[in-house]
Design a protein around this ligand. Structure first.
Ligand SMILES: [Zn+2]
Length: 184
């Protein structure tokens, strides 16, 4: 056991940092006291820096405005850079999935489908909406058709959240969660 010089409590030596500069080979403050002191210091320092930078901004309004512009420009650049990296990384993925959708659409198009009316349906999609297949073309339990009767407009966000999980006369599924995993 060792007595902490700060909190004056007796604690096992494992609660003290080994420190060869001290007699006995351990620091005089327990770990808890070190932690408390560090977090207090960080808090005080943060408050002090906040006050200091507010004072500096008040004393140097033009420089402060310029600095703010610069940092917002930098942030914008960073975001643009990140988003272009993301786009590049995902372009191939998106190409592959759009090719897959196209192939599924071709396979699901019956000979009697009215291609003109389908094209018209796609051409007239209201803004903020997507064309959705009421019964999905690709799912483990059904294959909907790419025909005019199986098309509907859905608000874009809704279409994304639907993700082929549900349709009007969908067969009953005992374990819906398992089913959704299959679709995901
Ligand atoms: Zn202590």
């Amino acid at each position: 056991m060792k007595n902490c010089k700060r909190c004056r409590q007796n604690k096992p030596t494992s609660d003290f940092r080994p420190d060869p500069r001290y007699r006995g080979g351990f620091g005089s403050w327990c770990m808890g006291c070190h932690r408390a002191r560090n977090s207090l210091w960080a808090k005080e320092n943060r408050a002090r820096l906040t006050v200091k930078s507010a004072e500096w901004r008040a004393a140097n309004p033009e420089k402060a405005a310029e600095a703010a512009r610069k940092s917002s420009r930098k942030l914008k650049e960073k975001r643009a850079e990140y988003s272009s990296l993301w786009t590049r990384a995902n372009r191939d993925k998106r190409r592959a999935s759009s090719a897959k959708r196209k192939a599924a659409r071709l396979r699901a198009t019956p000979q009697w489908a009215n291609l003109e009316r389908i094209a018209e349906f796609y051409a007239k999609v209201p803004s903020g909406h997507d064309v959705d297949h009421i019964v999905p073309l690709v799912s483990p339990i059904v294959c909907g058709l790419h025909c005019e009767a199986n098309l509907q407009y859905l608000p874009s966000a809704e279409n994304q959240s639907k993700r082929n999980f549900r349709w009007p006369d969908m067969p009953r599924i005992e374990n819906a969660q398992r089913q959704e995993r299959l679709f995901a």
